[in-house]
Design a binder for this molecule. Structure first.
Ligand SMILES: NC(=O)c1ccc[n+]([C@@H]2O[C@H](COP(=O)([O-])OP(=O)(O)OC[C@H]3O[C@@H](n4cnc5c(N)ncnc54)[C@H](OP(=O)(O)O)[C@@H]3O)[C@@H](O)[C@H]2O)c1
Length: 319
């Protein structure tokens, strides 16, 4: 009798745990969706790093809405395979690949030139590509600093006139809640890091830079009908931590039970790219399809302006 009672209690405990897990999974992965059905027929969307993870899921959704989607990817084979998948999943054949390596500023300039020559429109720019790794780019900058912030800053600058000409238009910048741990020290911020732990700090710094970029950009774009938004996609099952050895990810393996897939992780990017009536929230931070207050550093207007001028100087954009 006692054994039966114990078994029953065990069963009830297991059912409760399963129920809690299902609730948590639903809350983290499914509950927050972009629910609008806005059509993007006639619009052109450019997504950096659209061949994998959140970028690819975003591309499928925007292609389903009828947009012409340009994937800006660094690897031809991976890019072509993604174009094939996205066309098949969306039923839209207007998905094309253009090569862009954000680890090379020359590649960014060459990409922008051929994009402007071949594509008459740009309605939505999604600065999505990102790395979480240490090391140096071919331009001598820290990987995360350049790929996540500086190269996207340059790309946005080079495409801004086209976005203005196609207004109302939007820029979506993938940041992260990791921006809360970011610090911007202008003496060291752009210098390459040499170990993965420091690479983690660089990642957080670059994500703070994404937040500040969106903030200052929104200010400078006032009155143009071009708006911009910074996004945290949630914690999403992607390849972002691919540089880390498997054994260092043991904690993430446990967390993987609860994290979102790329389709769920793409919802806030899709929302910021398509939702009508959010223009007055330009420059703000969005999480789970809602505007959220970011860390105090990310609201520092002086720091945002200083970072803008610092980035311009590094890129030789000042006259
Ligand atoms: N996953 C998360 O939990 C999470 C959380 C917060 C924020 N985010 C942000 O979400 C964005 C998308 O990340 P993800 O999670 O989808 O990661 P992912 O699966 O690793 O995808 C990253 C994309 O960026 C591209 N990329 C990397 N370096 C590049 C370069 N030098 N030039 C051009 N493209 C490059 C990758 O291309 P290859 O395939 O060629 O490498 C890939 O397409 C990132 O900005 C990330 O910081 C992610």
């Amino acid at each position: 009798m006692e054994a039966l009672g114990a078994l029953g209690a065990l069963g009830a405990g297991a059912a409760l745990l399963l129920g809690l897990y299902a609730l948590l999974y639903y809350y983290l992965g499914v509950a927050t969706r972009c629910r609008n059905a806005v059509s993007l027929r006639g619009k052109t969307v450019l997504i950096t790093g659209g061949n994998a993870g959140i970028g690819k899921a975003t591309a499928v959704n925007l292609a389903r809405r009828g947009a012409r989607v340009v994937l800006a990817c660094r690897d031809k084979a991976r890019g072509e395979s993604a174009v094939y998948d996205i066309r098949r999943e969306s039923g839209n054949s207007e998905v094309i690949l253009m090569i862009l390596d954000l680890g090379s500023l020359n590649s960014v300039r060459a990409f922008a030139q051929s994009f402007l020559e071949s594509e008459p429109r740009l309605d939505i720019l999604i600065n999505n590509a990102g790395v979480l790794k240490d090391g140096q780019t071919s331009d001598g900058f820290d990987q995360a600093f350049q790929v996540n912030h500086l190269a996207h800053f340059l790309l946005t600058h080079l495409l801004l006139d086209r976005l203005k000409r196609c207004a109302p238009s939007r820029i979506v910048i993938l940041s992260s809640s990791a921006h809360m741990y970011g610090k911007i020290d202008f003496r060291t911020f752009n210098k390459p890091t040499k170990c993965l732990i420091k690479g983690g700090q660089s990642y957080a710094n670059s994500k703070l830079a994404n937040m500040l970029h969106a903030r200052e950009l929104a200010k400078r774009l006032e009155g143009t009908n071009v708006t911009c938004y910074a996004v945290h996609p949630g914690i999403v099952k992607t390849e972002i931590a691919r540089s880390y050895p498997w054994w260092s990810l043991w904690l993430v393996w446990f967390v993987r039970l609860f994290i979102r897939n790329s389709e769920a992780g793409a919802q806030t990017s899709i929302y910021c790219a398509t939702e009508e009536g959010i223009e007055r929230l330009s420059g703000r931070y969005f999480v789970d399809c809602r505007a959220k207050v970011p860390s105090p550093q990310a609201c520092d207007d002086q720091l945002a302006k200083k970072l803008w001028e610092f980035s311009e100087r590094l890129l030789g954009l000042t006259s």
